[in-house]
Every structure is written in structure tokens, then in C-alpha cells.
Ligand binder design. Structure first.
Ligand SMILES: Cc1cc2nc3c(=O)[nH]c(=O)nc-3n(C[C@H](O)[C@H](O)[C@H](O)COP(=O)(O)O)c2cc1C
Length: 432
């Protein structure tokens, strides 16, 4: 049983004077990462939209539920595994798609993939990854992996990314719906910093044959005649960054201007605000993989997803990065679960910070959760080791919470395992 094993290992290490390489407390993990990261990189990861009220609401929603442990139920043998799209995962959590991981660590997605393989944790590749999916998939081997797609303005690019994901052995395609435009992120705006404009987080594009073709097509017919401002030192530095980011020789890229052209093309096509339910049929016709919609918060959208033959939904508000003042995901979950009525799996992310949070989400009807910022902080602190330690700790924490609450398996975590905190009895329950 992973919980006890992990605990014992940590305490025994302590006898020999060894301490865990990353903090186990979520706030200390974030604070330690902050010290290790460049300020603009930390802000990019930590930021929420506007006044960051959704970030706070996600956490507050978990605080409004209490676990009610049951006794004398023989929890010596426990099984934390779940089944998702025909695959068994050892714990009910996955690594959420997080872009621009190079901001946290130079090995970026590769380090995360190694940690995922070490712990058999499913990883969702970001459309804005720092490394092309092919190499990351090679590292993962048999470890489950999915691909997350931002629906581009170019259907050809959508098709190309989806078929690359299939060839990489991805077992599902997650379409993120909540980022048809970037949210109003005050921290990033104050620092005037967007990593993509520095050539970071666009590896899935610069490694794509369709995207390469799109770069060579005339990207910006207007504006070329406008007077150009004199180049500044910062602009020159950025030009070097962009040139380095392009997967070709530095000088060839500099002379051809491909680095800058790639970023320019990316900003023009990366997302499609006009996306509708009808658009999704395009991908349904082109892939046999399960399609999962990420960013669902309304029961009607969830019901429609199930009606339209979508294979799963993720209740997510993008970690509070898109709409300030949005509904917390745990608050949205019960109605979504009810609307879907067991037809497709419902997953949840945003604000999950420990085993108890995983337990509460499962009790309210989620099949699994996705972990976002905490693994990025662990990556920033200790690379692959940090992410591996984080995942092992979370699995152990969940296992012990489950057992101590009186549940032997995930299936045993029912709605009666939680109650609204005193004074908050009106919190909605999944199965009244
Ligand atoms: C730095 C950062 C980058 C992200 N990049 C993506 C992305 O490329 N695609 C996506 O669907 N979600 C992305 N997300 C959202 C996560 O998948 C997830 O929904 C969110 O982090 C969950 O909230 P949490 O960080 O509070 O756990 C990103 C989140 C962060 C913090």
C-alpha cells in the first residue's frame, strides 16, 4: 500500500539525515518555487485572470466540504486505481496539460515525462509544450498519454496535430475550449511578458509540417510598409531568443528570419474564437481517439457534450487563468455530474492541492482529477526528481486519506463520504 510505504521511506530517510527534496505542503511548495524561478516565469505560472478571484474561489470551494471518515471497515488492503478509456491508472489523477514548462526547468516536458514514467502517471501533452510530442512520447513508452489541442484557425493544422498525436500513441485528445482568447492576466500584463513572443512554448508548431508550410505563406500582408521603430537592446535579445527557439541552425534561421516568422504566424492562428459545437464534428470525423472537452462548467454544456458523442469532459476553469470571478470547479461539478448521468466520465481540475482534495472531487462525482501548478513548482525546484517526488507524495496522501476515511477502493468513495462544512449546508450535492 503506497501510503504507508512512502511514509515509512521518508521517516527512515530522516534517520539517515535525509529530508524530502521538495516541500510537501502546497503553499511551501509554491513559495520555494518562487525563490527558484525568474520573477516573470513564476508570475506566468501562478497568475490568474484579473484580480485572481477565480484562483481563490477554486481553493475556497474545497474548503466548503468536509470528509466524514467511517470506522471499522477493514482498510488493510486498498486499491486506488481507476479505469479511464479502457486503461487502468494506479491513482485517480493525471498531469494536466501545462504549456511553456521550460520556464520552470530546462528539461521541461522531458523531465515531467520521465517522472510520469517513473510513477506510471498519465500525462496530457500541452499544445503549447516546450518540446515536440514525438520525443516526449518516446520517453513515456507505455505510460498513458493524451494530447491537448487548442483549435487553431487552420483546420489543416488541427488535423496535422491530431494525426501526430495518434502516431505518438496518445490515447485521447483533449480539446481545451476555454482559451479561444487569452484571459486578462494582470501579472503578465504588468510585466508585459508573454512567453510565446519570446519563442517559448511553440514547439508543437515549429515541429509541424503544416505549420512550417504556413510560415512560408505570406503571413502579414499589411503593416510591412509602416515605419519601423529603431531596434532596442531588448528587441535584439528577443530576436536571438526567437532564432534559437527555431529547430534549425542558428545562422540559417537568422538569415531566413524563420524564428520571427514562426512567432508571428503562431500569434495569428493559435486559436479560434468562432469555435462552435458544429466545428467539433471536423475532428470527430478524423480521429478514432476518445475526445474529451476541457473547460466545461455548465450542466447544459456537459449534457450536450454527452449528446454529441463526446467521450468525456473536464470541469475546469483553467486554474482561474481565463475568467475572473468564474464559478469554482468543485462548485460546478455536482450539476455537471447530474447532467451527464453516468454517460461519460467527468474529470475535474483547478485548485487540487492534496489527497483530501482528490478525495472530495471523487466523492462529488469526478472519475479523476488533473494536477496543474503544483507539479510545475516541483519541476522548478528539483526537475524530474521533484515531479516524481510530488507524484509519489500525492499518491500516498490520497491512499492514506482514502483508507482513513474508511474506503478500500475508489468505487467506495460515495457522496455520503463528504458533508458541507457547518454553516454551508446549502452547498449542492450530486445525488440528492
Ligand atoms: C503555466 C500554465 C500553463 C498552462 N497551459 C495550458 C495549456 O497549454 N493547455 C491547457 O489546456 N491548459 C493549460 N493550463 C491549465 C491546466 O491544464 C489546468 O487546467 C490548471 O493548471 C489547473 O489548475 P491548477 O493549476 O490550480 O491545478 C495551464 C496552466 C498553467 C498554470
Amino acid at each position: 500500500m503506497i501510503g504507508v510505504r512512502r511514509q515509512t521511506q521518508i521517516y527512515l530517510d530522516g534517520v539517515s539525515g535525509r529530508r524530502p527534496p521538495i516541500p510537501l505542503d502546497a503553499d511551501r511548495l509554491e513559495a520555494t518555487a518562487r525563490k527558484r524561478m525568474r520573477p516573470e516565469a513564476f508570475d506566468y505560472v501562478a497568475a490568474g485572470a484579473g484580480n485572481e478571484r477565480t484562483v481563490a474561489a477554486n481553493r475556497a470551494a474545497f474548503e466548503r466540504w468536509r470528509i466524514v471518515p467511517r470506522m471499522l471497515r477493514d482498510v488493510e488492503r486498498r486499491d486506488t486505481s481507476i479505469e479511464l478509456f479502457g486503461q487502468r491508472l494506479p491513482s485517480p489523477f493525471l498531469l494536466a496539460p501545462v504549456g511553456v514548462l521550460e520556464l520552470a526547468h530546462p528539461e521541461a516536458d522531458c523531465a515531467v515525462a520521465r517522472a510520469a514514467r517513473d510513477t506510471t502517471t498519465a500525462m496530457v501533452f500541452s499544445n503549447q509544450a516546450s518540446r515536440p510530442m514525438e520525443g516526449v512520447a518516446r520517453i513515456l513508452g507505455d505510460t498513458p498519454h493524451w494530447f491537448q489541442l487548442y483549435w487553431s484557425r487552420s483546420d489543416d493544422l488541427v488535423e496535422s496535430l491530431a494525426s501526430r498525436a495518434e502516431r505518438c500513441g496518445c490515447q485521447a485528445i483533449v480539446i481545451t475550449l476555454d482559451t479561444t482568447m487569452l484571459g486578462w492576466r494582470s501579472r503578465d500584463l504588468e510585466g508585459a511578458y508573454l512567453p510565446f513572443l519570446h519563442g517559448k512554448g511553440i514547439a508543437q508548431y515549429t515541429s509541424d509540417p503544416v505549420f512550417k508550410r504556413l510560415i512560408t505563406e505570406d503571413a502579414s500582408p499589411s503593416g510591412s510598409e509602416d515605419p519601423q521603430p529603431p531596434p532596442t537592446l531588448a528587441a535584439l535579445r528577443t530576436l536571438i531568443e526567437l532564432t534559437r527557439a527555431y529547430p534549425d541552425s542558428f545562422w540559417r534561421t537568422l538569415i531566413s528570419g524563420r524564428g520571427r516568422a514562426a512567432v508571428q504566424r503562431f500569434t495569428q492562428i493559435y486559436s479560434r474564437p468562432s469555435l462552435t459545437w458544429e466545428t467539433l464534428a471536423y475532428l470527430r470525423e478524423r480521429t478514432k481517439l476518445p475526445i474529451v472537452l476541457k473547460g466545461i462548467l455548465h450542466a447544459d454544456d456537459a449534457a450536450r457534450a454527452a449528446d454529441e458523442g463526446i467521450d468525456g469532459v473536464i470541469v475546469s476553469n483553467h486554474g482561474g487563468r481565463q475568467v475572473d470571478g468564474a464559478i469554482a470547479t468543485l462548485d460546478a461539478l455536482p450539476a455537471v455530474v447530474e447532467a451527464v448521468d453516468g454517460r461519460i466520465p467527468v474529470l475535474l481540475d483547478s485548485g487540487v492541492r492534496g489527497g483530501a482534495d482528490v478525495f472530495k472531487a471523487l466523492a462529488l462525482g469526478a472519475r479523476a482529477v488533473l494536477i496543474g501548478r503544483p507539479y510545475v513548482y516541483a519541476l522548478a525546484i528539483a526537475g524530474r526528481t521533484g515531479v516524481r517526488e510530488y507524484l509519489q507524495n500525492l499518491a500516498a496522501d490520497f491512499d492514506l486519506t482514502m483508507g482513513l476515511a474508511g474506503c478500500r477502493s475508489v468505487a467506495g468513495i460515495g457522496p455520503d463520504a463528504v458533508l458541507p462544512a457547518p454553516g454551508l449546508e446549502s452547498a449542492s450535492r450530486p445525488f440528492a
